[in-house]
Design a binder for this molecule. Structure first.
Ligand code: ACM
Length: 563
């Protein structure tokens, strides 16, 4: 059980700076009054999640038929084929892709540099009776336009086999859209329970459908090391298997614990990782790997105890939840080992950010060890927090020398933050606020609004066993990532927010889906939609349709009428 800080029900005290000024200037004929008025009657007809920045309903509809052709230019033929492939199973249409100029009733995907001010991720979608036209300055925007188009079709379009008797109508509309934040993330812990590659790809598909662009892959922890590192094979030979796993709720007393008495194993080969990273890239998603240090490292220390404070210990990956008291030592060879690991990580993951964990490092072993204390004097650091800072700085300098940036949980602020580092604020928002004020980039991930391992209902008896907190759908929806304490200048350091899926109590992909959806759909709107367009009632009206999409995709979402 991760130690979580008390929850603070945050109240919004003032409006955050408006971030869509450019967009307002780009309404392209759409009146502000129309775009800013919530129209629940239209919600079911235009049930796009996350809600677009501007959506102007039009009358009529475009009919997709077997004769529809997707027109595009060279660079975007991949996307056109991807769309044709996505539409094929349910419609039974093998839509053609053409680079010739469009004539007649067709879908057009078009780069348009006159829309540059929409940014890399913005797009304009125009649907009339005659055609569907998606324009965007860059490829990512076109991709998001296509995601909106998929959501305007009947939900059955997402099914995997031919649907009889469905009219494939797209309601006429004009959408002008771009995201509010650049970091729109979902984290997945595969250490506590390993998740197979097929599920990771399904997860990525679901992120893409929600216009989320960052997959934070929590690959290592006390309970399992899940990434092949060629230089250090024992990490997976030893670190990827625990002999047994706690069943039921966490208890502090060993006497009352029950175990499943079966091994839990699994890791990703480097080939698996390359496939996942490429699969994500094709969906405009960056995979941010997390390698935990110097704590949450019991699986690593099981494989290489010489990196620990007590090298002679016999260690196995942790079989219960909670934080291990094992921690890495601070010898140069340990730093070198972790640099070697990061070399292989950087070769696999093109992400500008590499996550080094840094949370909940239990410093008791550092305090108790004469060797560590001597090393602290040698390094001139005054306490264990500074020592952790020194450790993190060594990683930061290394990553920076390779053109990457370090990101870590907000504990990396304690004892002084490495200059280039970014902070993921999970213990509330105080860490994020402090970091942004000091000029560091921040990703908001507070337990209060983004920990989707918490219960979804106050009626816990009706829910599968979960981590202790309570975080209902509407609370996720009402989250505001920009803290009112920040000036406009400081708020620019808030890159965005993400949802956390710690899997202590999620043994299977189906259970991850149950915890993630529909709350992750709400989070998608938090990070994409302009604040002025967020409206809980409107969201619920669209969500009713969106649940049919999730069902069509075989997602085990928690039903809306659950109590
Ligand atoms: C965390 O939940 N320890 C980041």
């Amino acid at each position: 059980m991760r130690h979580r800080m008390p929850e603070f029900a945050r109240r919004l005290r003032r409006l955050p700076p408006v971030r869509c000024g450019v967009l307002t200037a780009l309404l392209l004929g759409v009146t502000v009054a129309t775009s800013l008025t919530a129209q629940p009657a239209d919600a079911a007809r235009y049930a796009i999640i996350p809600r677009p920045a501007v959506l102007e309903p039009r009358s009529g509809e475009f009919l997709l038929t077997a004769r529809t052709i997707i027109h595009t230019r060279g660079a975007d033929t991949m996307l056109a084929h991807q769309l044709a492939r996505d539409l094929a199973p349910a419609t039974g249409f093998a839509l053609g892709v053409s680079t010739a100029p469009a004539r007649g009733a067709h879908i057009v995907l078009q780069r348009d540099r006159t829309l540059d001010s929409l940014g890399a991720e913005g797009y304009v979608l125009d649907v009339t009776r005659e055609r569907v036209q998606i324009r965007a300055p860059q490829a990512t925007g076109l991709f998001y336009g296509v995601q909106s188009l998929r959501q305007l079709l009947p939900p059955a379009v997402l099914r995997d086999a031919m649907q009889a008797g469905v009219t494939w109508a797209v309601p006429a509309v004009r959408v002008v859209d771009r995201p509010r934040f650049v970091w729109r993330g979902a984290h997945l812990d595969v250490s506590r329970h390993f998740m197979p590659v097929d599920f990771v790809k399904k997860w990525i598909d679901l992120l893409a459908l929600h216009k989320l662009n960052t997959f934070h892959w929590h690959l290592t922890d006390d309970q399992g090391w899940r990434l092949e590192i060629r230089k250090y094979p024992r990490l997976t030979e030893v670190g990827s298997c625990r002999p047994r796993t706690l069943i039921g709720p966490f208890t502090t007393s060993e006497a009352t614990r029950r175990y499943d008495e079966s091994r839990h194993c699994g890791f990703y080969t480097q080939e698996d990782v390359r496939e996942v990273v490429a699969y994500a890239a094709a969906r405009h998603i960056t995979v941010v790997p997390e390698i935990e240090m110097p704590g949450h490292a019991q699986a690593l220390l099981a494989a290489y105890p010489q990196l620990g404070v007590y090298p002679d210990s016999v260690i196995v990956p942790m079989q219960v939840w909670g934080v291990s008291n094992f921690i890495m030592n601070v010898e140069e060879r340990t730093i070198a080992f972790m640099h070697d690991v990061l070399d292989e990580v950087m070769a696999l993951f093109p992400s500008p950010f590499i996550h080094i964990g840094g949370d909940e490092a239990d410093k008791a072993q550092w305090k108790a060890s004469e060797r560590v204390q001597a090393r602290m004097r040698e390094l001139g650091v005054k306490d264990e927090h500074e020592l952790q800072s020194w450790f993190i700085r060594r990683m930061d300098t290394y990553l920076a020398s390779k053109g990457r940036r370090l990101i870590g949980w907000d504990e990396i602020l304690e004892g002084g933050l490495a200059p280039n580092a970014a902070v993921m604020s999970w213990r509330g928002t105080a860490g994020g606020i402090a970091a942004a004020k000091a000029g560091h980039d921040v990703v908001m991930a507070p337990t209060s609004h983004t920990y989707l391992d918490y219960y979804q209902s106050a009626n816990k008896a009706n829910e599968p066993l979960a981590f202790g907190g309570f975080l209902p759908l509407d609370t996720v929806y009402t989250y505001e990532p920009l803290p009112p304490e920040l000036t406009d200048e400081q708020a620019r350091h808030v890159l965005g927010a993400q949802a956390q899926h710690w899997t202590e109590y999620m043994r299977t992909p189906r259970h991850v889906e149950y915890m993630a959806f529909p709350r992750l759909s709400a989070l998608a709107e938090v990070v994409w939609t302009p604040r002025s367009r967020k409206d809980l009632g409107h969201f619920h009206a669209r969500l009713t349709v969106h649940m049919q999409r999730l069902a069509a995709l075989g997602v085990n979402a928690r039903p809306l009428d659950s109590r």
